[in-house]
Design a binder for this molecule. Structure first.
Ligand SMILES: C[S@@+](CC[C@H](N)C(=O)[O-])C[C@H]1O[C@@H](n2cnc3c(N)ncnc32)[C@H](O)[C@@H]1O
Length: 239
């Protein structure tokens, strides 16, 4: 697939799905285009409505499967993948410049355990089989501040059923945000799901950055601007 095809596919996805926001930050550099043309075809997983994405067939032989939704520039996903080569990592991100960023990390570190989905995470979630994932990261998702845009939030009463379904029992949903209203919203959504138990208890502890954590560009921007982040981790129980 050429870079232009990747872009056209994204535009189609944006039209038919629920993706808002930018797809490219600025014109792609030569190396970003090369990565999209040369590296993407063997690393991209395609999803579509009504089709099951059989991860275990597509990425066989791994000890477990981790998904990052909205990986931005890909630095966190690549860091995790490098730390745990026996685990498979799937990143979902519609932002083409970010995808090129991830491909750069994959190439530099010669990572064999990462695949990428350029699409709306809602379509990916609907495509995944039950109980396939060990962990889902949703770090600093777009907050959609205006009330009339809240329905665009990726953590919502609508998406939580799929987030739960695709996680194994004992699997983890890890979220972070530096928007207080979204942190409250996430806790409210999760409080309605008895199968999810918070890993940390008490309102105060959510402000403590977990150990073994990678600070992404977005998180760093928030820190520089003096924003306080909340870190929310929930374990799925059998229910
Ligand atoms: C604020 S950025 C955070 C990026 C990254 N997680 C970080 O911490 O640096 C939110 C990301 O979510 C992506 N995103 C937005 N809507 C999405 C959707 N429907 N499915 C998957 N990713 C989405 C955006 O393109 C963007 O890269």
């Amino acid at each position: 697939m050429t870079y232009q095809n990747a872009l056209n596919n994204f535009k189609m996805a944006q039209h038919h799905r629920k993706i808002w926001g930018r797809k490219i930050a600025r014109p792609l550099k030569i190396n970003q285009k090369r990565l999209l043309e040369e590296e993407l075809p063997s690393l991209q997983l395609h999803v579509d409505f009504g089709k099951t994405l059989n991860l275990k067939e597509l990425m066989p032989g791994f000890e477990g499967y981790t998904l990052e939704i909205g990986f931005g520039g890909g630095e966190h996903l690549a860091w995790r993948a490098q730390q745990s080569p026996a685990q498979a990592f799937i990143g979902c991100e519609p932002f083409i410049t970010g995808v090129a960023g991830l491909l750069g990390y994959i190439e530099d570190a010669e990572l064999e355990n990462v695949r990428v989905v350029i699409d709306d995470a809602r379509v990916l979630l609907q495509s995944l089989p039950d109980a396939v994932l060990d962990r889902i990261f949703i770090l600093f998702p777009d907050p959609w501040h205006k009330k009339r845009h809240h329905k665009r939030r990726i953590v919502s009463d609508e998406t939580i059923a799929d987030l739960s379904r695709v996680l194994k029992v004992g699997g983890e949903l890890v979220m972070a945000t530096d928007i207080q209203d979204y942190a409250d919203w996430m806790q409210d959504v999760l409080s309605k799901c008895p199968e999810f138990l918070p890993d940390q208890h008490g309102r105060e502890s959510v402000y403590q950055r977990p150990e073994h954590w990678y600070i992404t560009r977005y998180e760093q921007k928030g820190i520089n601007a003096g924003r306080q982040a909340s870190y929310l981790a929930y374990k799925k129980q059998s229910f």
